[in-house]
Design a protein around this ligand. Structure first.
Ligand code: SF4
Length: 165
C-alpha cells in the first residue's frame, strides 16, 4: 500500500488536493495501486501522518467524492516524504501502478487510465474485494513484491473487518 515505510498508526490531516481550498470537494487524486490498498485500509500505515492522510482520503471517498486516477504521488502519498526519499516515485512504484491499472480494468470490466474517475461505492468495494480475496491473478496484481502482502492477505481472510471503506 504505502510510502516511506509501513507498519504504524494514524495522525493529523493535510490538504487532500493540490489546491486545498478550490478542489476540496471535486475529486481525490489516486494512483492506481491505491485502488487496491484502500480495500485493506484498517488504519495501519508507514507513519502516523501517512495513516491520518489515508483516513482523510477514505472519509472523502466514503462520502461519495470520486477518485481520479493520476500518475505518481497522489493525495495519499504526496507531501508525506521529502522529495529525495520518495520511493513512491521510483520505477518499482510505477510498475506496481501499471499492474494495478490492468487488474482493476479487468475486474471492473472497463479500461481505466489517467484522468478517469472511479467511485469507491458499495458495488466497487464488493467487486474489488471479491477479486482481491478469491482471484489473486487479477485481484492482487499490484501486491506481488509488497512488504504488506501478508498483512493484506490476513485482512482479506478476516472479511476485511475494520476496513475504513
Ligand atoms: S499488499 Fe497489495 S493491497 Fe496490500 S498494501 Fe501492498 S499493494 Fe496495497
Amino acid at each position: 500500500m504505502r510510502p516511506c515505510r509501513r507498519p504504524g498508526r494514524r495522525a493529523a490531516s493535510r490538504p487532500l488536493t493540490t489546491s486545498p481550498g478550490a478542489a476540496a470537494t471535486a475529486f481525490v487524486r489516486l494512483r492506481p495501486h491505491h485502488l487496491f490498498c484502500l480495500l485493506t485500509d484498517i488504519g495501519r500505515g508507514y507513519s502516523p501522518g501517512f495513516v491520518a492522510t489515508m483516513d482523510g482520503v477514505a472519509a472523502r471517498l466514503a462520502s461519495g467524492v470520486p477518485a481520479r486516477i493520476v500518475t505518481g504521488a497522489d493525495d495519499i502519498c504526496a507531501g508525506l516524504c521529502p522529495p529525495a526519499e520518495r520511493h513512491c516515485e521510483l520505477e518499482s512504484a510505477s510498475a506496481r501502478d501499471a499492474r494495478a491499472l490492468s487488474g482493476a480494468s479487468e475486474i471492473l470490466g472497463r479500461p481505466l487510465g489517467e484522468g478517469d474517475e472511479v467511485r469507491l461505492d458499495r458495488d466497487y468495494l464488493s467487486t474489488m474485494r471479491a477479486a482481491f480475496r478469491d482471484d489473486p491473478a487479477r485481484g492482487r496484481t499490484p501486491c506481488g513484491d509488497c512488504p504488506w502482502f501478508d498483512v493484506c492477505t490476513d485482512i482479506a481472510a478476516n472479511g476485511f473487518a475494520g476496513a475504513r471503506l
